[in-house]
Design a binder for this molecule. Structure first.
Ligand code: SF4
Ligand SMILES: [Zn+2]
Ligand SMILES: [Zn+2]
Length: 172
């Protein structure tokens, strides 16, 4: 294998261990972007006999290796099983679908949520001065509520018809 491309799990193998691709760098990662099928098939055949095929395929897929056959998978095959990148909305949704926890994706998702709420609050202030929605957004964002939003809220609740307290009701 070309030294710069040796992934960490291969470096950790004992010195006398040779994977089937050892010494076949040109076959596994050919110089051309569209290698002939015979070359790809030969590379695949080597991987098929490799004891660390799964780790190799996982590594190449997760690190998005653009070239070569790794773990028996071509770049196109790896792209097909590729998971969306962590930190993106697609990454967050893919974790949720699999019921997985990911700090990077959760923090990025929370930040996007806050960003959206900040933008909506700005819009409320710009378009209405203050509003009930603005008041709620200020609470959700952990911001001090502003005078205008508070005033709208007070007005809103003051205008609601109030049922008389039970002890003030006159007997029918
Ligand atoms: S799976 Fe293929 S590319 Fe990966 S170490 Fe084994 S032979 Fe080499
Ligand atoms: Zn993630
Ligand atoms: Zn406000």
């Amino acid at each position: 294998m070309i030294d710069a491309l040796v992934p960490p799990y291969l470096r950790r193998l004992p010195d006398d261990t040779r994977t089937p691709c050892y010494g076949h760098g040109e076959l596994m990662v050919p110089d051309t972007p569209h290698p002939p099928a015979t070359l790809t098939d030969a590379a695949r055949a080597l991987c098929a006999a490799c004891p660390i095929q799964q780790a190799c395929a996982d590594w190449a897929t997760s690190t998005r290796q653009p070239h070569g056959v790794w773990g028996g998978l071509t770049p196109a095959e790896r792209r097909a099983v590729q998971r969306p990148e962590c930190g993106t909305d697609a990454g967050w949704r893919s974790h949720r679908a699999r019921n997985e926890g990911c700090t990077t994706c959760r923090e990025a998702h929370d930040e996007r949520l806050r960003e959206g709420r900040r933008a909506r609050l700005e819009q409320e202030h710009r378009e209405h001065g203050g509003s009930l929605a603005g008041y709620r957004l200020e609470l959700l964002l952990g911001l001090p509520t502003c005078v205008r939003c508070r005033a709208v809220r007070q007005e809103h609740y003051a205008s609601l018809p109030r049922a008389p307290k039970w002890y003030r009701r006159t007997a029918a």
